[in-house]
Design a protein around this ligand. Sequence first.
Ligand code: FAD
Ligand code: 2HG
Ligand code: ZN
Length: 489
Amino acid sequence: SASAPVPARDPSFAQLTSDDVRFFQGVLGLGGVVTDDDLLAVANTDWMNKYHGKSKLLLRPRTTEQVSRVLAHCHERRLAVVPQGGNSGLVGGSVPLFDEVILNLGAMDRIVSFDEVSGILVCEAGCILEKVDAYLAERGFVFPLDLGAKGSCQIGGNISTNAGGLRLLRYGSLHGNVLGLEVVLADGTVVDTLKTLRKDNTGYDVKQLFVGGEGTLGVVTQAAILTPPKARAVNVALLACASFQDALTAFRLAKQELGEVLSAFEFFDRTCLDLVLKHHSAIRDPLPPEEDGAPPYPFYLLVETAGSNQEHDSAKWDAFLEAASAGEVVQNGTIAQDAGQAAGLWAIREGITESLAKNGVVYKYDFSLPVTDLYRLVEDTQQRIGPLGVAVGYGHLGDGNLHLNVSAPAYSDALRARLEPWVYEWTAQHRGSISAEHGLGQMKPHALRYSKADSAIELMASLKRLLDPRGILNPYKVLPDEADKRDAT
Ligand code: FAD
Ligand code: 2HG
Ligand code: ZN
């Protein structure tokens, strides 16, 4: 099968009635209440086409007040709700399991304000990342987060998954860059922490609960985000290494020689590149072996710098490439000569997830591991599954984040039983995390204990009960076995 055992529908949740639908139409207008089968089919299905819900209702609020009135009603009526952004999440968090009402934020897509001195942006949760980034680019700034799903994912979804992406190495995580949030709690209470200050030590930093909250604690409606100035000098190179050990040495050299301008250090193995070449006819192998008939390189690095002075950065690149060529740490490489070529190199790295999706079914894992052990998990996985599938490894090497994907022709119990819980045990033994950046969603609540102490899980559950006593927000996600602990009153 595709996934972990599916829980039963929690019988304490109400069933949707025509009175409910009429109430929502009164709040949102007819356009904000969607019951069309085709639109519901899309909203019920995740990006991977792996998780399928059965919701009969999709709501599209336009204001925070509407979100508040909708949630107050759902709370009162015990209707379960799935907050949804661009529905690009990779752990089944954004789709219902059963008949939960889908609350999509896409119609709340206004930019509220931007301060060109501080670089602080305030926008609504439904803004699409790529559009916000384009708005900022016109003003000489960038969004501190970038990722392959930028054309569809929303700021609210990014914040709720605490997405990491391709620039985290340089700009840090959203826990640092989100300065304020407006959030609606399960009972409709609007919590305003929408401050636009760098520093604010006025007690507990409650907004952080919603950064990575995966829609289980509240619905994010607005955010204040610190954005850095857009770099004037951006340089991108693709490098090939003969071993993973060499890739690690190259990372050390990059930190030493490129220093503070290093903005991305990504890696992928040859099988990933082969998949991208197979499924994207416009992309050519950028680094064919130098001698005819020689085997292709097994590892590739995408290195980016973002600085303010091309001359300074060129000198740094010269020093880095000289150090990396000495001792053949890097076997071959290509440096983008313009923005178009840089985008071409990024397209390879950002095209891996889609290529895997086109190739068959995928068992997708997202681990934080000590970098030295990181690729061994891919090799051990391949050995363990044998001919049942193909294990590939790629990810944010600079952050110690491995995306282990196992590609197979079809989901099978035999393959899943070889993979789980073994991959989680492997990660626990290496003191890693079972989710570096994608979250837990409906895929991993049962595996949470491999990465978090019981005491911490219990505190998470207490916070959930405090903020959402009836458990209506994104049930069956993130926390293990919540149903039996809910307030039954
Ligand atoms: P959704 O998928 O709609 O929702 C994700 C979760 O957030 C769900 O639990 C949902 O309930 C909740 N949620 C959504 N909006 C709100 C809201 N307003 N309030 C409360 N809860 C909400 N992730 C990374 O971290 N790094 C990557 O590099 C990366 N690359 C990707 C590349 C591709 C091609 C794809 C398909 C996905 C990638 N992802 C990556 C996964 C990633 O989690 C998302 O793309 C993104 O952050 C999710 O945003 P979304 O708007 O699509 O949210
Ligand atoms: C990436 O880094 C995304 O490309 C997706 O986080 C990873 O599909 C994956 O496993
Ligand atoms: Zn990633």
